[in-house]
Ligand binder design. Structure first.
Ligand SMILES: Cc1cc2nc3c(=O)[nH]c(=O)nc-3n(C[C@H](O)[C@H](O)[C@H](O)COP(=O)(O)OP(=O)(O)OC[C@H]3O[C@@H](n4cnc5c(N)ncnc54)[C@H](O)[C@@H]3O)c2cc1C
Length: 302
């Protein structure tokens, strides 16, 4: 049987690719598994990722990260991972029709956004009208007519956050789960709360349109934030009996270790701020911890 791979990295977003860069430079063998749906591919242009004063598109960033690792080695690539099983000190990583033995596994699988029901949502996303991350692009909403789609206090908090950027912020909600205290905060901050007719949201002419329950059009919105939550991609941990936090994210220690030896996690899949700079920072920590753990196991250059 061939030697196990030093690390199978599950995910080719910023976290997975930066971990691969570090591990290749540590002269480790790496397999990168991916499904092709990094959240970064949804970023038309990021203005808060350090080092790019003119901003950078998400796809461009991913391509640059892939290129950056090339001088240091050639990772193997694989598709979707279907399962993980312990194998002594090592791990069996299960792909469709293929089994890979790995000394360590890094979960960099990210989260999936819950999309609002919006006709032509993809076009709205590409044109920067549909958004998901006020921390990322609230600044680009200054003085625009902004809407936040979602129910409850989570969506209301996003609306309040965005109020710093625009005097015109509307929470498009059916009113469910909004606490009385939050309703007061919204009123005091001048955030409007509007009910919308189910299925009425549509993207046309560079703006998002919505109707009230009686079918009357509201004034169109220049920027609309989906605030319906995210689903952390932790399905692979389910069969391993690993605890998740209240938001369904992986729980790690200061070295990005999960509670089973040889398993690590980095990026959005871990609790915390869902930002590229956080993902790449965690990836650097995880890759260094993986390299040092393998050195302790005397898995070194032969
Ligand atoms: C519209 C939008 C704009 C944003 N703008 C910014 C911004 O300006 N600045 C900023 O800092 N952040 C921004 N973000 C957030 C940023 O995209 C994420 O923080 C970042 O992509 C997280 O990186 P990650 O590597 O943890 O996860 P991801 O980039 O989501 O990558 C996850 C990877 O895991 C793979 N995967 C998942 N499950 C499996 C499996 N079972 N098998 C194999 N592969 C699997 C996926 O295919 C993917 O390759 C934005 C997000 C969105 C949606």
């Amino acid at each position: 049987m061939s030697e196990p791979i030093d690390c199978v990295i599950i995910g080719a977003g910023p976290a997975g690719l930066v971990a691969a860069l570090y591990l290749l430079r540590f002269r480790r063998s790496v397999l990168i598994a991916e499904r092709g749906d990094s959240r970064a591919t949804m970023i038309p242009r990021s203005h808060n990722y350090p080092g790019f004063p003119e901003g950078i598109g998400g796809l461009d960033l991913l391509r640059r990260l892939q290129r950056q690792m090339l001088p240091y080695g050639k990772p193997e690539w694989g598709g979707e991972v279907l399962g993980l099983e312990a194998d002594g000190h090592d791990w069996r990583v299960i792909f469709k029709g293929r089994l890979v033995h790995a000394r360590t596994v890094l979960l960099a699988t990210g989260v999936r956004d819950r999309w609002p029901q919006l006709l032509d949502a993809q076009a709205a996303l590409q044109q920067g009208v549909l958004r998901f991350c006020p921390i990322c692009d609230g600044f680009e909403a200054i003085n625009k007519r902004v809407a936040v789609i979602g129910d409850g206090d989570h969506a209301a908090r996003e609306a309040l956050f965005l109020r710093r950027y625009s005097p015109s912020v509307t929470l498009l909600s059916d009113g469910g789960d909004l606490s009385a205290a939050m309703a007061v905060d919204l009123r005091q901050a001048g955030v409007a709360v509007e009910a919308t007719r189910q299925g009425s949201l549509r993207f046309a002419g560079g703006a998002v349109w919505a109707s009230d329950p009686q079918g009357r059009d509201l004034d169109p919105f220049d920027a609309v934030y989906g605030a319906l939550g995210v689903d952390p991609q932790t399905r692979l941990l389910a069969s391993l009996d690993l605890a998740l936090d209240a938001g369904g994210c992986a729980i790690v220690d200061g070295h990005q270790r999960l509670s089973r030896p040889g398993l690590y996690a980095a990026g959005d899949v871990v609790r915390g701020l869902n930002q590229i700079s956080v993902a790449v920072g965690e990836a650097a920590i995880a890759a260094t911890a993986i390299h040092n753990a393998l050195r302790e196991r005397a898995v070194d250059l032969t």
